[in-house]
Structures are given as C-alpha cells and as structure tokens.
Design a protein around this ligand. Structure first.
Ligand code: GDP
Ligand code: K
Ligand code: MG
Length: 296
C-alpha cells in the first residue's frame, strides 16, 4: 500500500478571476457562490478533493483588493491568512485581462513564501490561443512559478493536469475530512450564501455589496419539506425598497432562484421565507460584522 498523502492549497488572485468557479469545479458541486461582481466571496471557504490515496483541501479566498471599509479589511485578511500553512498556492489570473497593480501586490507577498506557487491562467476560452504565451511570459518575468497551468474554470480544460500536479506535490499526511465531506462550512452557511448570490445576480451598483444574509430558522414539516426563514440585511431604507421590489416581485424572484439552488444541494423540497431588514452602515460596524459571521 502507498502512503496516504494530503495537504492544503490556497487559491488567491484579484477579484473576479474565477477562484470560486475553480473551487466548485474541483469539488464537483457548488459550495462557493460566483458572480460577475467583485467581492462576491467574503470568507475563506474550504473545498475538499478526495481520491483513493490523496486528499487536497482547497481554500477559496476573497479577491485581494484595496479595502474601503471594515468588511473589506476582514476580507483581505482572510485571503492573506489562507497563505499560512499551505503546501502550495494557486495564483489565479484571467487570461483576458492585463496585469495590474493588484496582481503585482499579490506577487510581492507570494515571493516571500517558501511553498511552490502555481500560476493558473484562467478563462482561456475567452482568448485566441496565440495570445496565451505573451500573458504567461509577462507574469513569469515578475516571479518564478513552480508551474504554469492554463485552464478554463467554466469549461474544465486542463483540470486533470492541475489536480495531478498538486497530488504529486502533496506530502504524506492524514485524511482530514471523511470521503463524502466536500466543505468545512455548515449547510446553513451555504444556504445564506445562495440567497446572497441571487441578490448579486439580480441587483446592481452598491446593493450587492451592502447585503448580508442570516438564516433565522430551519425546520422540517410532516411532509418532509424543509422550511427555511432567512433575513436579508441592507444598509439603507432605499435599498430595502429595491430588494422587495414593486409588489414584492424582486424578493419573490430572489427567493425562487435561491430555492432552486438550495433544493439541489439538500436534495429535498424547500419552503423559503425571506425578510428584509435595514442595519445602517453595517459594513463599518464591528458588532454587525460579528453578527454576520465576518469575524476572526
Ligand atoms: P472570483 O471573484 O475570483 O471568485 O470569481 P468568480 O468565480 O466569482 O467568477 C467571476 C466571473 O468570471 C463569473 O461571472 C464567472 O462565471 C466568470 N468565469 C470564471 N471562470 C471563467 C472561465 O474560465 N471562463 C469564462 N468565460 N468565465 C469565467
Ligand atoms: K466574483
Ligand atoms: Mg470568489
């Protein structure tokens, strides 16, 4: 018998490069919410990849950006925190975007690490193949990478190459999570995230960033249907109006879409009841951040 191998791998990069999409693809199920909005991901989230003799715990992180409020500070800390005690780091970039200050800032940090850093060039489906090499060259001139892996997180190109590289890299170690477990977060966390994702999908401008979701109650009725009550928090009265929408249409839409994702995850029928409340400027208030789970 070969010795069991395991380890932790952090996924870092600017907002919107596709980190959460990669995580979901690796574990084969949606555990991290995704959107075209920057700062969708607010907490570290572990996705567990298990084979017969290897377990890799991928850590998805909030995009590294310049914080504008306390929530932002928390998010960037979460990202840098994930770099502690990992066996490898995936530095993810988007093939169709120019290297920016944010990338340089991240690379400055990564260069100080003693573990291998892989350059994962995502969204190759969006570029002409001829444009790939210049991107790789540009980044490789900034720092040296253990390996460069071009991928498409939405289409799955090169995922076997990526996981195989990482499997080979893992040291001897225990299985941290049971075979069937795919994330460290409890289901209620993911349920709240699914609801927040639909708000991100259906609203614009500052609303997505002003929203937090808390699960108030979960119960099962005599027909085995799961009843979930949740509250969507916003920062201002005007935002509350937008979330509820004319005649409650927006809230209904959010609920319907979220319910579909929740039912898929739980494998049961769900009755979802949503409330909207205003919590003024919560993103800058430590007490609110603590309540919403954005605390150390
Ligand atoms: P994150 O902020 O780095 O976690 O990025 P997300 O995973 O939330 O993805 C940001 C956006 O990029 C979403 O709209 C994704 O659908 C999109 N995206 C992610 N990966 C790919 C990819 O490989 N190809 C394309 N075309 N879009 C992608
Ligand atoms: K995003
Ligand atoms: Mg994300």
């Amino acid at each position: 018998m070969t010795e069991h191998k395991s380890g932790f791998v952090a996924i870092v990069g600017r907002p919107n490069v596709g980190k959460s999409t990669l995580l979901n693809r690796v574990v084969g199920q949606k555990i991290a919410i995704m959107s075209d909005k920057a700062q969708t991901t607010r907490n570290k989230i572990q996705g567990v990849y298990t084979t017969e003799d290897t377990q890799i715990v991928f850590i998805d992180t909030p995009g590294i950006h310049k914080p504008q409020h306390r929530l932002g500070d928390y998010m960037v800390n979460e990202a840098y925190d994930a770099l502690q005690e990992v066996e490898a780091v995936l530095f993810m970039i988007s093939a169709d975007e120019k290297r920016g200050k944010g990338d340089n800032l991240i690379m400055e940090r990564l260069q100080k690490l003693s573990v291998p850093v892989y350059l994962v060039v995502n969204k190759i489906d969006k570029i002409h193949p001829d444009d790939l090499l210049p991107v790789i060259q540009d980044y490789s001139e900034q720092m040296s990478f253990a390996e460069v892996v071009p991928v498409s997180a939405t289409q799955g190109n090169n995922f076997e190459t990526l996981t195989q590289l990482l499997e080979d890299q893992m040291p001897a170690g225990p299985q941290y999570f049971p075979d069937e477990q795919i994330t460290d977060h409890p289901e209620y966390f993911i349920v709240a995230e699914f609801i927040r994702e639909k708000v991100l999908l259906l609203t614009r401008e500052e609303i997505p960033h002003s929203v937090a979701v808390l699960i108030d109650a979960v119960s099962r009725d005599e027909n085995d249907k799961i009843h979930i009550q949740a509250t969507i928090f916003v920062e201002r009265d005007s935002q509350k109006g937008i979330i509820i929408g004319k005649g409650g249409q927006m809230l209904k839409h959010i609920g319907t879409k979220a319910r579909q994702d929740i039912e898929k995850m739980l494998g049961d029928k769900v009755y979802l009841e949503l409330w909207v409340k205003v919590q003024k400027d919560w993103r800058d208030r430590q007490q609110s951040l603590n309540n919403f789970g954005y605390k150390k």
